[in-house]
Design a protein around this ligand. Sequence first.
Ligand SMILES: [Zn+2]
Ligand SMILES: [Zn+2]
Length: 487
Amino acid sequence: MNILANLYLWIKGKFTEEPKSLLVHNTSISEILPYPVPEQYKNISMKDLNGSYAYPGFIDTHTHSFEGGLYSLGVDLSTAKNIEDILALLSAANSKKTKDEFIFAWQMDETLLKERRFPTLTELNSAVPDKPLILRRIDGHSCMLNSYARNMVTGLKTKEEILRGGENDYAVHFFHKRLNDEAILNAYRAAANIGLQAGFTSLHTMIGDAENSINHYELIRDNLNKFPLRFILYPQSFNIKAALEAGANRIGGCILADGSIGSETAAISEPYLNSNSWGVLYQSDEFWQKFITEASQHRLQVAIHCIGDRAIRQINNVYKSLASTADLRHQLIHCEITPDNLIEEIATSGAVPVMQPNFDYLWGGENGFYAKKIGIKRSRIMNRFATLLKSGITITGGSDWYITSLNAAHSLRAAINHHNPLERLSTAQAIDIYTKNAAWLNSEEDTYGKIKIGYKADLSIYSHPIENETTELYYLIRDGEIKYAAI
Ligand SMILES: [Zn+2]
Ligand SMILES: [Zn+2]
């Protein structure tokens, strides 16, 4: 038993007026006590947490933590302002690595570069001549390889320097699959530490090549207790048999119904502004009907990436046809473009939109990237957090890290300060989508997501309430133990 003392507690949508103390027994909250702690508890080990603000441990319901961890050990290109910056960052990495060591570079956004283009193959080769280099665009939907890496990959069909769609996925997974167990565990260790420092006690994480392989799912499943935070695993593939054999209770993740708005592959019902592309439905209706039906019959929760309204409707229609398995809480990952009539249909199917407030923060608004791609009018029916909740739909919050950065306070404020005032969440709603609703998504609403007697003692503790821009993460508590302390 131990006591976590002197905390304002977030309970039922607000903070307690007085600081309180939590008695922890067997990793769960067994009593909520006043502060100072009454005399009879004085011989129990106690940690005074300085009158800071405790939320239920934040849960990010959609990350690619393997890539996040792996790339955190690689080259972050988000600060590059031009091609020269990119080449300088790559050269610096090149000189630090030994021969044949992979260099993963990520977060390249050519729209923010002076030249507004990807580097050329010749430029990449000049910076990294003799080691394999994989450079990924910020949205993960396109990438480049230097010639050294390109010569290693067997099975690429295109001659294009920039790899998109299936060729992009193929190349990236080709290199991921060549890492050994220790390198994989190291990536998750790095991810777990980043997660804690970002304010999360749990991360839902996608594992697998989004096609046939669940990659290192079993390795992570067998090592879950080695990480300071809790990973909730998704076998991200179409391989139902492999998911069942691995003991999973779900399948999918960013298995793609469509692509991304940046790559103009998100399937929408009117064309993109400056092209006649309508995006791409990657699979037929029949394919999804068969896959989702079979998964549901095996009691697997299904999660599918769908961004454009055509893709969301395609997947939601299948969920709707399987309404008797709605208790599985099937997921619509991203669920970005939702006209009113589609929202009504989602309310009927019982599907759960797993949404990314950071997407609106980065790309929303009248002058934002989305508006440039599909126009201001359609950008207003994107990321409709408030309307979805108002329609009785349970939504949850995720970052899609490594696509966007991992930071609970930042994501919560993105939901509270949505570009579209009609879609802003109240503070309490924003907290809910990262706590209560997130726990519900994993059918653990009776043990996680609330500060309540009998619930796990998982807490994200800050210097100030989260809506305050200057707030700092002070402590992360998991199972009643301090896993991270900033002060
Ligand atoms: Zn996705
Ligand atoms: Zn994703």
